[in-house]
Design a protein. Structure first.
Length: 76
């Protein structure tokens, strides 16, 4: 194989176990999402399923935050 063919077959850097650990920590620890958001974006996940899970968690977090802020505004 020539070097140009090798470049086409190389995978981008990935660490699937680390992705799994991050997602697991977010599900188990309340503050883990905020810590993860300091460093990670959905595009940082190599595995598509992990990216989708992270995005879903973010969507739920934003929805819950907005809902709770709406309730706080109504009570004031």
């Amino acid at each position: 194989m020539q070097s140009s063919e090798l470049a086409l077959h190389k995978l981008p850097p990935q660490y699937i176990e680390a992705e799994q650990c991050v997602l697991g920590a977010i599900l188990l620890e309340n503050d883990a999402l905020l810590k993860a958001l300091e460093l990670l974006k959905p595009t940082h996940f190599y595995r598509d399923s992990h990216r989708k899970i992270f995005e879903a968690i973010l969507d739920l977090f934003v929805t819950l935050r907005n809902h709770l802020r709406g309730d706080v505004d109504k009570a004031a």
